[in-house]
Design a protein around this ligand. Sequence first.
Ligand SMILES: NC(=O)c1ccc[n+]([C@@H]2O[C@H](COP(=O)([O-])OP(=O)(O)OC[C@H]3O[C@@H](n4cnc5c(N)ncnc54)[C@H](OP(=O)(O)O)[C@@H]3O)[C@@H](O)[C@H]2O)c1
Length: 249
Amino acid sequence: MTVGIPISRLWPAPDPAPLSDPELTALYGRAGGPHLRVNFVSSLDGAVTLDGYSEGLSGEPDKRVFGLLRMLCDGLLVAAGTLRHEGYRAVRLSAARRAWRREHGLAEYPTLIVVSGSLDLDPAQAAFADAPVRPIVLTRAGVRPPPGLADVADLIRCGEERVELAAGLAELRRRGLAELLCEGGPHLFGALTAADLVDELCLTVAPLLAGPGPGRITAGAATVPRQLGLRHVLAAADGVLMLRYTRRG
Ligand SMILES: NC(=O)c1ccc[n+]([C@@H]2O[C@H](COP(=O)([O-])OP(=O)(O)OC[C@H]3O[C@@H](n4cnc5c(N)ncnc54)[C@H](OP(=O)(O)O)[C@@H]3O)[C@@H](O)[C@H]2O)c1
């Protein structure tokens, strides 16, 4: 990949040298076992969107790490709200990233996993219709899929009243999807936090004040605070910070 805006390490061991893709890949890495990594971008004042979308917060350095994190995971978890709102497309990876995955014993593409309690999903949406690997929908008992959805995705049902995320993740792991990357949105992140399922947060902080209005990266019912430990701080030359925190111990 042609590197535009340089990214370097601020902590630990500050080093102004621009990080290459292999160096960034090593910094984020794979956990080597069951692991849920969450990735978000936020403004300095905590907004999760600009003009209603995450796009306005995400510049080239964020997109670069976003792509590398997709390369590193077995499964890509996204809530139905974000899938619908952001118009998710099929997961695509460059030839180099697919080759990296093959060399590391992974499937050529991660599996898209959509969390939906209502099954209000459009099978024609590119995320399903053009998927290189058959996606999975995590849902609950007793909800009828819309016509065509079962043709383009596998359904896993966990929970009666709502999607039981712990049971869903356990089933994904049984199917070999151990290392998951969650790309949001805030309600799913809030529910994963409440269920104490979050092992890692990768947070890009965009250097702008969005002002009042947008929500935070987390939403839903209140839960107990969860302490994480800092693993690294990267900075891009345009003032973007990239923070990586993991579960302690
Ligand atoms: N800045 C960023 O990095 C970033 C990342 C992602 C999203 N976003 C923004 O976030 C916004 C959307 O977020 P959102 O919070 O409204 O929705 P969300 O978290 O993306 O989706 C919520 C939906 O997830 C499904 N769901 C099913 N079971 C669930 C469970 N146990 N817990 C939580 N969710 C469950 C439900 O779908 P059903 O309705 O189908 O039942 C629910 O309506 C958009 O504006 C998007 O642009 C920003």
